[in-house]
Design a protein around this ligand. Structure first.
Ligand code: CUA
Length: 307
């Protein structure tokens, strides 16, 4: 059980980026430092209690208090402070090569990429990053305080309404990691997660170009529009232009649905539409379980065609 947290897609001790490597290093330095201090203190206590027969002279006692209680702790704590300060991200400069805005909403993530031509590309509930490049994530919130945390890539940072926070990530290893909301934000706080896909830079460029394009689906979106889905969701290139909920333009390309809670499969797409409020208590989208099965199936099929 203890070692279960040491690896996997959501472990701060199995870093896949520069910032997370520094967090892991700080953890190990602190752990080893604390272990040494613990051994010395326990050793001294045992020595004093069991083996020291003669009382110490006043001079020797004072020296132990002075060195053990003031000089050594000052040196050790100052060294750890300098080491920790050096790792603070805001003390380092550097131009990011990619700018992304992530906005927390109850209980999902609005993700906006700045495309190379200066235009904005909106997506949701999944973050894609190129390996080996610096990405600046601008963090904010529209409702309550959320917190953005990808343990494999960096430390956490709060998303606060009315305030903009900035986090620079340097992912180094390709793979799929897991990001979570790390601040209690309501009933579905635990269901507010997102996959993080770190790709080769060329694959990322190709993906971003595809993501920027309007939906290519030729599937029938009659049921989707007739039931009002387009009032809250955008599918670029169609009549669906709502902006209250997540953008669904290239929905079928995403790893998960419902902000990281279910794998993006045909069964789960149907289930999420029918049981939204059961799967995500407190979410603003109502459950559409009362729709005739054919309508439900048609909406789920349309979403599955949005590549
Ligand atoms: Cu958002 Cu917890």
């Amino acid at each position: 059980m203890l070692l279960g947290a040491c690896s996997g897609p959501q472990s701060a001790l199995d870093p896949a980026g520069r910032e997370a490597s520094e967090v892991a290093l700080l953890f190990w330095v602190m752990l080893v430092g604390a272990a040494i201090i613990w051994l010395v203190v326990i050793g001294a206590a045992m020595f004093g209690g069991k083996w020291q027969k003669q009382p110490l002279s006043e001079r020797a006692g004072l020296r132990i208090v002075l060195y053990g209680g003031a000089v050594i702790p000052t040196i050790v704590l100052a060294a750890l402070l300098v080491f920790g300060l050096r790792l603070m991200p805001m003390l380092r400069a550097g131009e990011p090569e990619l700018r992304i805005t992530m906005s927390g909403e109850q209980y999902w993530w609005r993700v906006t990429y700045a495309a190379p031509d200066g235009s904005k590309v909106e997506s949701a509930n999944e973050l894609r990053l190129p390996a080996g490049r610096a990405a600046e994530i601008t963090l904010d919130s529209v409702d309550v305080i959320h917190s953005f945390w990808i343990p494999s890539l960096a430390g956490k940072m709060d998303m606060i309404p009315g305030r903009t926070n900035r986090l620079v990530l340097h992912p180094e290893r390709t793979g799929i990691y897991r990001g979570v909301c790390a601040e209690f934000c309501g009933r579905s706080h635990a269901f507010m997660a997102f996959p993080v896909v770190v790709m080769e830079p060329a694959a990322f460029e190709a993906w971003l170009a595809r993501e920027a394009a309007p939906a290519l689906s030729k599937a029938d979106n009659g049921a989707f529009l007739a039931n009002g889905c387009g009032g809250c969701h955008t599918v670029r290139g169609t009549q669906a232009t709502g902006s209250i909920g997540p953008d669904l333009t290239h929905f079928a390309d995403r790893q998960s649905i419902g902000a990281g809670i279910l794998p993006n499969t045909p069964d789960n797409r149907r289930r999420f539409i029918a049981e939204t409020e059961t799967l995500k208590p407190g979410v603003r989208m109502p459950s559409f379980g009362a729709l005739p099965p054919a309508e439900l199936g048609a909406i789920a099929a349309y979403l599955g065609s949005l590549e």
